[in-house]
Design a protein around this ligand. Structure first.
Ligand code: 4AZ
Length: 293
């Protein structure tokens, strides 16, 4: 009995300690950004779980980018239900665009159901390899008329030089530790693969790259996942993972849009679950192996 009491006290003290520790190093997360100008984020979408969005805005789980009138690029991990260890169904999502404030529907806001999703069978939550996914919208951009606050972004098809200044945006966690009400944006620089590997070692595989500030201080964070990293008006990266957010020496890790470009381009509304990237990369690896043998 006494032992149990003692154990309880130890547990409580232990808990308080770890709680206050994580509280005090409240890493500034889109941490230390500014409110995103609508003119520069017309392609930004909010991906939500329909079930949780009965209070409009509460269901936000991830960002995404509009890459065609009915096509959204995001991260595979945004499509995955980690509790149930399976991909979600398209009907579990809604996609919202043309909003700055997550909780407000304004003139021009589009709310769409999702008709199908696509991902690769090689995505792994353990390694975050191939963290790329596509969604198709039921009611995307209306055809034949320009929309004031929503428009798709062009995909990059080449790698971007280290040092290039780019922008990442989203409603992810801020330095307060909560999802943001307003869409935020910050500047991050593309980081050399070798430097990225000094931070993350072999955790960085093909299809990943780092962007951020090695000094820390500004970064994407939880809830920004799936969202856009834009350089020179082209979509270059997808927010994927990192060691915490905005920590010195640990920049954000992004999926490389140009690396996945062929896979992304070849997805269409009638190709829901897909295995071709895994297959293609396997054949590519085999082909390279044969070539260099
Ligand atoms: C996350 O947990 C997450 N700093 C997203 C982005 C980054 C870290 C974590 C990058 O979804």
């Amino acid at each position: 009995m006494q032992l149990r009491g003692l154990l309880l006290i130890v547990l409580v003290i232990g808990f308080e300690k770890s709680y206050s520790q994580s509280d005090s190093k409240l890493d500034p997360r889109i941490i230390n950004g500014v409110e995103a100008p609508i003119s520069r984020t017309k392609f930004q979408v909010s991906i939500r779980l329909k079930q949780h969005d009965r209070i409009f805005g509460r269901g936000h789980i991830c960002g995404g980018s509009l890459i065609g009138p009915n096509k959204v690029l995001t991260a595979a991990h945004c499509l995955y239900n980690t509790d149930r260890k399976r991909y979600r169904k398209a009907k579990e999502f809604i996609v919202v665009m043309g909003t700055q404030n997550r909780f407000s529907r304004v003139n021009g806001t589009i709310v769409s159901d999702v008709t199908s999703i696509a991902y690769t069978n090689s995505f792994s939550l353990d390694t975050m390899r191939d963290d790329v996914g596509v969604m198709f919208l039921k009611t995307g951009l209306p055809a034949n008329k320009t929309h004031l606050t929503v428009s798709p972004i062009v995909l990059s098809n080449s790698s971007v030089a280290p040092g290039t200044k780019c922008q990442v945006s989203g409603w992810g966690k801020t330095s307060q530790g909560l999802l943001s009400t307003d869409l935020m944006m910050t500047n991050v620089s593309i980081i050399q693969q070798g430097v990225c590997r000094t931070s993350y070692g072999n955790g960085i595989v093909e299809g990943m790259f780092c962007a951020g500030s090695l000094l820390g201080g500004t970064d994407s964070c939880q809830g920004d996942s799936g969202g856009p990293l834009v350089c020179n008006n082209e979509l270059v990266g997808i927010v994927s993972w990192g060691n915490g957010c905005a920590q010195k020496g640990f920049p954000g890790v992004y999926s490389n849009v140009s690396y996945y470009r062929n896979w992304i381009d070849s997805r269409n509304a009638s190709a829901p679950v897909d295995y071709s990237f895994g297959f293609l990369s396997l054949s590519f690896t085999l082909a390279l192996g044969i070539l260099f043998n």
